[in-house]
Design a protein around this ligand. Sequence first.
Ligand SMILES: Cc1cc2nc3c(=O)[nH]c(=O)nc-3n(C[C@H](O)[C@H](O)[C@H](O)COP(=O)(O)OP(=O)(O)OC[C@H]3O[C@@H](n4cnc5c(N)ncnc54)[C@H](O)[C@@H]3O)c2cc1C
Length: 277
Amino acid sequence: MAAPLNQVIFPVSFQELFAAWNRFPDAVLYAGGTNLIGKQSKNIISLPPVFICLDKIEELQRITRTEQYLEIGAMVNLNRLTGLGKIVPEILCACLENIAGPQVRNIATIGGNICSVSRLLDLPAILTALDAQYEFRGASNATRWVSAPRFHSKDHTILNEHELLTRIKLPLLQWDYAVYKKFYCEGYFNNETLAFLVKTQKNILSEIRVVYKGDSILRNKDAEDILNGKSLPLSRKTAAEFVGNWVYFLAEMNEVPELSVNSIINSIEENLYNLSE
Ligand SMILES: Cc1cc2nc3c(=O)[nH]c(=O)nc-3n(C[C@H](O)[C@H](O)[C@H](O)COP(=O)(O)OP(=O)(O)OC[C@H]3O[C@@H](n4cnc5c(N)ncnc54)[C@H](O)[C@@H]3O)c2cc1C
């Protein structure tokens, strides 16, 4: 159906949303609009004739907590999430507080940050490090769960046509050492980030996750295996083996600029220093 220009539809249910998408197959989902409108004002995209605004679907605004998980509706804005306080993992708060300024964070949604297809933004990497799961809903109203690491591959996501992200399920694990580092680069959206998470049991390092985000999200599980189960403080030899493995991993990847490799390795060394003898 030919649509009049600049129409915005406000469905109040998923049924209404998919009916609208059926009528206007080229309609684009609109969450906070900060990415869509930003790109349009820079002439990166032209506005589509029809937007489907997700604002009025109550289920997408919901936040629930169980003993093991925090479930966050895709339309929850970034400030609302940090406002939940201690229940939100510290490293996720650090990531959220480093995205844009408070005004943008009042509008930008978690779903919009994850689903921005033109560029990989900051939240997907931290949600990968925290082992989050995403719930998607498709045209037949069927839902599917996808783990955060599976959702983003280099240059694309596995979001199907006429599918939306509805919920993010976040395991509430206790991390004993958690550091988030954002390396500032030219332009708002070209950030590189590093998440460094460690869990300990007595004096043993029981789990480590190190996740880097540049143009794609990188995690080096071989290196993590070097440290899993090691006594703390780490010996210098073990720490050096971990760093060496990351140097080799990044060289093999051949996609990270040399300057960034140096920043990542320095940051990893700094964190290991805090855990070493
Ligand atoms: C000044 C400024 C500075 C910024 N700095 C940073 C930064 O440092 N780090 C960072 O990570 N980001 C940064 N951003 C980007 C910002 O975080 C994103 O614009 C925002 O998270 C997108 O959320 P939104 O709700 O506005 O999405 P929208 O702009 O509404 O949508 C973004 C895209 O996602 C799609 N979409 C939205 N919701 C869903 C859904 N539920 N299911 C499927 N598809 C969906 C839309 O169709 C669109 O393609 C900055 C933005 C601005 C304006």
